[in-house]
Design a protein around this ligand. Structure first.
Ligand code: TEU
Ligand code: CA
Length: 573
């Protein structure tokens, strides 16, 4: 039995009560998530594809890093149109990843090390090769028809409305034999489930319970705000795709009813965590999902900072943004969540470019940037999520032709943009900047063949050529390496709950290159100073005389200036 919280209330005359102490200890707030994209993490059987046994081989590495909760992307049976986010059998492990026994071995290996496992569950859509969809598609009066969203053609004979897929093109696919369209907010091989149908909802809850009964510690819930569709399927105003996601696809009329039912019929019967992936969840509605008394999700990965730069049709129609925009989003979200809810802090994952390439300088200041972003994600307020490879400063990849790219989002947008006249060279530059394959190149373990990821002659996705110098082996015994910095920063974060439960405030609002903020509690106070530029910048205005620099990414000095991409952690008093 784990103590969840301790509160001391004093009652004074006339029965008035005052809370004088409250210690809430919530593991999913205090622990650190490490995200693994299994396909790219470690290949134990030499077929060029990462697998569960490969993860098991690295459990001591993960324990030594200091992370606690391992989030693995989908490993279920799937045709891999979207690398497992198109599930064709929810209760089976894709043979390329291994077996149910391997999953159970991974789970017990983690539990033996005092670590946890959360699985990635996709309940908004299935694969079109799932038995449910094959039946649903077979005829308009099939009992499974209503498991998915089928609509008659619009008045012009075309799609029922103007909704676009996240991956380019229409979100509707016409089925000739039955004369109707089905909805797919992602690829046409990912038909959306009809959550209005209680049989569908109960099928999904049964799947959650199947995995929870195996003893996993929770779920990352893929695109959970999309599950309730607006009944009239209104046309969308197509001037900003992130806005369409927020106002049309997400936060539908019954989304909270469904999540509450899911918690009541499944999640609440276990001591587990749920982290929702939150495309379209704005700070204004966030507490409806993660408010502590809502009985819905524990926390979310909101995507406001991740969608920065996405224009009319998403990332391939980019718009400019600055550090100010990033800081504003962090500040506004911290205000909105307050003491009522919880979020994760992250700056990359398997869907976005590597954070030091996107937000930093991954060339001459790669090491300094990797350490700066490490300090950032481990000192902001929320559950830190570290994406595989960040701990060694892995970067984006610049493949020399589109032949090297595997991601369905990239390839679909490539097709769409070519129709609009974009050249291969122009699109290749976009793929280098925005493509999801940037984050999916195999983990770089050593300078050996395939970066030590696989013994195969051909990996499913090529290794980043910079693996010769950027790899775990090159870092692990170097006290000044990025990996060593991650381990020490994790140790510092875990040494003081002020980094978890303490308050947050930016001190450098309005500054174009500095991000300086304070974390404090009754017990201790810290100031974090980050220079997002190559300029020398003075920070003496922010640092009180009783401050001591306890950690940083340059050799320690009392110079009141930050150097290029310099990060300093000060403790006050
Ligand atoms: O991602 C949903 C989502 O918001 C992303 O598609 C993101 O907007 C886009 O990839 C940015 O380029 C989840 C999964 O994380 C993603 O891997 C899947 O492709 C998608 O859902 C469909 O399941
Ligand atoms: Ca393998």
């Amino acid at each position: 039995m784990k103590i969840q919280s301790i509160s001391i209330l004093v009652t004074i005359d006339k029965g008035e009560q005052y809370m004088i102490y409250s210690k809430e200890s919530t593991w999913w707030k205090e622990q650190i998530i490490y995200q693994i994209y299994p396909r790219s993490f470690n290949d134990a059987n030499g077929d060029g594809i990462g697998d569960l046994k490969g993860i098991i081989e690295k459990l001591d590495y993960l324990k030594d890093l200091g992370v606690d909760i391992i989030w693995i992307c989908p490993i279920y049976q799937s045709p891999n149109d979207d690398n497992g986010y198109d599930i064709s059998d929810y209760r089976a492990i894709h043979p390329a990843f291994g077996s149910l026994e391997d999953l159970e071995d991974l789970l017990s290996g983690l539990h033996q090390r005092g670590m946890k496992l959360i699985m990635d569950i996709v309940v908004n859509h299935t694969s079109d090769e799932h038995e449910f969809f094959k039946a649903s598609k077979s005829s308009t009066d099939n009992p499974y028809r209503d498991y998915y969203i089928w609509k008659k053609p619009g008045s012009d004979g075309g799609p029922p409305n103007n909704w676009m897929s996240f991956f380019g093109g229409s979100a509707w696919e016409y089925d000739e034999p039955t004369g109707e369209y089905y909805l797919h907010l992602f690829t046409k091989k990912q038909p959306d489930l009809n959550w209005q149908n209680p049989i569908v909802r109960n099928e999904m809850y049964g799947i959650l319970n199947f995995w929870l009964d195996k003893g996993i510690d929770g779920f990352r819930m893929d695109v959970i705000p999309l599950i309730s569709k607006r009944a009239d399927y209104p046309d969308a105003v197509q001037d900003s795709f992130p806005k369409v996601i927020e106002q049309v696809y997400s936060n539908g009329p019954k989304v909270h009813e469904y999540i509450k039912e899911m918690v009541a019929k499944s999640i609440s019967n276990y001591n587990v965590m749920t982290v929702g992936e939150g495309p379209g969840i704005s700070k204004e509605v966030a507490l409806n999902y993660v408010g502590k008394d809502r009985g819905e999700l524990n926390l979310i990965f909101h995507l406001d900072h991740m969608y920065l730069g996405q224009g009319k049709e998403g990332k391939y129609t980019p718009v400019p943004y600055t550090l100010q925009d990033v800081k504003r989003i962090f500040n506004e979200w911290d205000d909105a969540i307050g003491s009522e809810g919880w979020i994760s802090i992250f700056l990359d994952n398997h869907d976005f470019p590597r954070m030091i390439s996107r937000f930093g300088n991954d060339d001459e200041y790669r090491v300094e940037c990797a350490k700066l972003f490490c300090m950032l994600i481990l000192t902001l307020r929320g559950t830190t999520c570290i994406y595989q490879g960040s701990e060694i400063g892995m970067t984006n990849v610049a493949f020399e032709s589109m032949d090297y790219y595997r991601d369905v989002e990239t390839l679909n947008f490539y097709k769409e943009q070519k129709k609009l006249g974009m050249s291969d060279e122009e699109f290749l530059i976009m793929a280098h900047k925005h493509g999801r394959d940037n984050a999916r190149t195999p983990m770089q373990w050593s300078s050996k063949k395939n970066a030590g990821f696989s013994d195969s002659d051909k990996c499913w996705l090529d290794v980043n050529p910079n693996y010769k110098t950027i790899n775990v082996e090159a870092c692990k015994d170097d006290p000044n390496s990025i990996l060593s910095f991650y381990k020490e920063m994790i140790r510092i974060r875990k040494s003081d709950n002020t980094f978890i439960y303490g308050r947050y405030e930016e001190l450098s609002k309005g500054h174009e290159q500095l991000f300086v903020y304070k974390r404090w509690s009754d017990a201790s106070s810290y100031i974090i100073c980050l220079n997002f530029s190559e300029k020398q910048l003075c920070i003496s205005d922010y640092i009180p005389t009783d401050a001591t620099c306890i950690f940083g990414n340059y050799p320690s000095s009392d110079d009141p200036h930050l150097r290029a991409w310099q990060a300093k952690l000060f403790k006050l008093g």
